[in-house]
Write a protein that binds this ligand. Structure first.
Ligand SMILES: NC(=O)C1=CN([C@@H]2O[C@H](COP(=O)(O)OP(=O)(O)OC[C@H]3O[C@@H](n4cnc5c(N)ncnc54)[C@H](O)[C@@H]3O)[C@@H](O)[C@H]2O)[C@@H](O)CC1
Ligand SMILES: Nc1ncnc2c1ncn2[C@@H]1O[C@H](COP(=O)(O)OP(=O)(O)OP(=O)(O)O)[C@@H](O)[C@H]1O
Ligand SMILES: [Mg+2]
Length: 385
């Protein structure tokens, strides 16, 4: 199972074939593939048909390269697996969130529950002991592992043994996950950061796609080697996280006049990663193309919407990986499943936020948005199709 992700800039393709054997073995899955193939748009990489107005260059500024507005609805329809009675628990996705500490229990909960509401079968949270009971009490749906430790709870002479037993515990589970999300509500404690660095290195060795958000971005900004040349890594920075990444990696300030080139350069400099820069439009690049989703969501900017996004990205990218592995026409090799996952989750969040705002107006909070994830997906891609 292990293959070095650093060796090939398109390592997700090897990963696709490798992980795909398991899925392709099921007759039910093969039937779904036939259906998915018949639904697949025929021409363009990110869901729009090349001849259609849904894939149009969008001038961000005179100096910037083209930014394509994704046909995000087509992407969602394309990668969302149909519900099939023959499938068993786990086949629609097993996701883990690495996050949750004394200060933050909402963020890992939002990410983990969103993964389930989008359609994953199992959602785990690996958090500190302090956070675990709180997160469990929010929802019985989540599988919560109280294994992480912060500096205050570990004596100096215990650090090494505690760190290694944390890693051993996570490794026991890691191979089961289709994707992990590192960072929502993780905090920035130095001991915790070291332990999570080890977890990230292991996930990479095991070829587990990894979404990095929140404090995970703080971690990798200070240690870019953790994601360098990892084509299974997706970074989802907000305005401030993006600014810190640009400063650290490109050694300059964010330049809005040259936004798409700068995003492309950032992906290329880190090597192979996909970045979704969140904001008024969510702008996505893997260092080759730049795509955006600008469907209007909600004017409410309550905290936690990025957490919904990170949990959803994990599910949609896993679905996109599985979809592409069975779609082996040569043209498909230019499509990056990580990008598809970002496009789909951005649209779904925005649609859910719009519905939640319509109902709750100024009092809209993240929990209200999560309630509408199901309807948003149903509107695009009915469960009975
Ligand atoms: N309910 C919860 O438990 C939530 C926890 N969250 C977690 O909170 C942790 C920190 O995330 P944040 O996004 O708040 O992290 P940041 O530390 O990046 O930002 C904190 C806040 O400081 C301000 N700020 C930061 N840098 C700035 C700059 N250069 N100029 C001006 N203002 C600046 C911004 O208002 C920002 O929202 C993460 O672990 C995150 O996942 C958030 O996801 C929100 C919800
Ligand atoms: N200015 C904006 N206009 C419209 N939508 C936005 C805007 N900024 C963010 N969003 C929406 O909110 C989502 C989350 O982005 P945001 O910048 O709030 O993330 P975040 O700060 O990481 O959130 P969190 O509070 O969960 O950490 C984006 O994907 C986008 O859909
Ligand atoms: Mg965030």
């Amino acid at each position: 199972m292990s293959l070095s992700m650093g060796a090939c800039p398109h390592a997700w393709r090897h990963h696709l074939h490798h992980r795909g054997r398991m899925w392709a073995a099921s007759p039910a899955f093969r039937r779904q593939l036939v259906l998915l193939r018949s639904l697949a748009p025929t021409t363009c990489a990110y869901g729009g048909r090349a001849s259609s107005s849904s894939l149009r260059p969008h001038a961000m500024s005179a100096a910037a390269g083209p930014v394509y507005e994704a046909d995000a609805e087509a992407v969602v329809r394309r990668i969302t697996p149909p519900l099939d009675r023959a499938r068993h628990k786990g086949q629609a996705g097993k996701i883990a969130i690495i996050g949750g500490c004394r200060e933050y229990t909402g963020a890992p909960y939002f990410a983990a529950i969103s993964a389930l509401k989008v359609g994953a079968d199992l959602s785990h949270v690996f958090c500190t002991k302090d956070a675990a009971t709180v997160i469990k009490s929010y929802s019985p749906e989540l599988i919560v592992h109280p294994i992480l430790e912060e500096s205050y709870s570990v004596r100096d002479d215990e650090r090494e043994s505690v760190s290694s037993s944390i890693l051993t515990e996570v490794i026991k589970w890691m191979e089961r996950f289709d994707c992990i999300v590192v960072g929502p509500g993780l905090g920035r404690d130095s001991f915790l950061m070291d332990c999570v660095s080890n977890i990230m290195r292991h996930a990479r060795q095991a070829n587990i796609p990894t979404v990095v958000d929140g404090d995970g971005l703080f971690l990798i900004t200070n240690n870019i080697g953790l994601v360098e040349d990892n084509s299974l890594a997706i970074l989802t920075p907000n305005v401030y996280e993006y600014k810190r990444l640009v400063q650290r990696v490109l050694n300059c300030e964010v330049n809005e006049e040259n936004a798409s080139e700068q995003l492309t350069a950032l992906c290329q400099k880190i090597g192979g990663v996909t970045i979704m820069r969140k904001g008024k439009a969510d702008v996505i690049s893997d260092g080759k193309k730049v795509t955006q989703v600008s469907t209007f969501g909600s004017p409410r900017r309550c905290g936690g919407q990025g957490d919904i996004l990170s949990g959803s990205v994990a599910v949609f990218s896993s679905w996109a990986l599985h979809f592409l592995l069975s779609n082996e026409q040569p043209k498909e090799t230019s499509v990056n499943p990580m990008v598809l996952g970002c496009i789909a989750s951005s649209l779904l969040l925005r649609k859910a936020a719009a519905l939640a705002f319509e109902k709750n107006k100024r009092s809209t909070v993240t929990t209200d948005i999560i309630e509408f994830l199901g309807q948003s997906l149903e509107d695009i891609c009915p469960a009975g199709r």
